[in-house]
Design a protein around this ligand. Structure first.
Ligand code: GUN
Length: 298
């Protein structure tokens, strides 16, 4: 039976370290500041944003949330980002995605000052990650959190191990592949157009699932003893819990995979809680950099 990687507990440890370092900084008059911006009323985004703002407060940060109407003009959002760029009390700016269709997402993201881009989506941070300048980069929170979970099982050096990332998104798949490469893994990025995906997946000592398809990855796709990191969060009907009820599942068929993998992240309670924890860590890092302090090791 696979070891269950407890993301909730590990995220808790990260948040504890961040909170304790924030307390030390406060003694020097430095308070990390996070601004979260949301446009529109998407219920899932509202929940995410509220929990990001709340966690920032729990960490002792200065936390501000800007909730804008769904029909906010692009220029108004740009102006807000520019104001936050100039605000010395703000060290991290997060614009929740997706944005409404009338707004050019790329234009907004590239307007965020790279040194405040705690999402790690700006070209400058993407480039730093891609060239291995990890100490200077902001790494996107979900893959950064997934790496921390992987480290607990496999250590920091993945030399000689083959890693397969299923999914090629800019938010997860591509940065995850770069992080694995930086840790010396031999990396394959697979996706919906890959031939014989099960066979490719079966070659993986480390399998990262980030496709957004509920329970797509079956036990037969997994190499015995592999470490499986499930980044998927999918809501599916759960009639067994009552009419109209739903439940969260990952991209991996957990029940099947558990008997083959060496270690696996559950959904919920795996990568999910790590995302917010890493956002707090990135915001703290930004405040440290802005004040010539060393960010804590995680
Ligand atoms: N929407 C879903 N995930 C994310 C994320 O990591 N950052 C932002 N800004 N929006 C998201």
């Amino acid at each position: 039976m696979a070891e269950n990687i407890d993301g909730k507990a590990i995220a808790g440890e990260v948040v504890e370290k961040v909170t304790s370092r924030a307390r030390e900084l406060a003694a020097d008059g430095i308070v990390p500041g996070l601004a979260v911006v949301i446009v529109g009323e998407d219920p899932a985004s509202q929940v995410y944003v509220a929990s990001k703002s709340r966690k920032a407060k729990e960490c002792g940060f200065h936390s501000v949330q800007h909730s804008l109407a769904v029909d906010t003009p692009e220029d108004d959002l740009l102006a807000l980002v520019e104001t936050l760029n100039r605000d010395p009390a703000i060290h991290g700016i997060l614009v929740q995605l997706p944005l409404p269709d009338h707004i050019d997402t790329g234009r907004i993201i590239q307007t965020i000052a790279p040194e405040k881009d705690v999402d790690g989506f700006h070209y400058t941070n993407v480039g730093k990650l891609g060239t291995g300048a990890l100490e200077e980069a902001f790494v996107p929170c979900t893959p950064a959190g997934a790496m921390l979970l992987l480290e607990r099982v496999r250590g920091r050096d993945l030399s000689g191990l083959s890693a397969v990332v299923i999914g090629r998104s800019n938010i997860v798949g591509k940065p995850m592949a770069n992080l694995l490469l930086a840790a010396n893994a031999t990396v394959t990025i697979a996706h919906s157009r890959t031939n014989d995906l099960p066979a490719v997946a079966r070659g993986a000592d480390i399998l990262v699932a980030a496709v957004g398809r509920p329970q797509m990855i079956k036990a037969a796709w997994i190499k015995p003893g592999a470490t499986v990191i499930d980044v998927g969060i999918n809501r599916i009907p759960a009639p067994e819990r009552g009419e109209g009820k739903t439940r969260l599942v990952g991209d991996v068929d957990f029940e099947g995979a558990e008997s083959v993998a060496g270690a696996i992240t559950p959904v919920p309670g795996g990568v999910g809680p790590m995302t917010i924890a890493m956002l707090m860590a990135n915001t703290l890092t930004s405040a440290c950099r802005a004040n010539g302090k060393r960010p804590p090791a995680l």
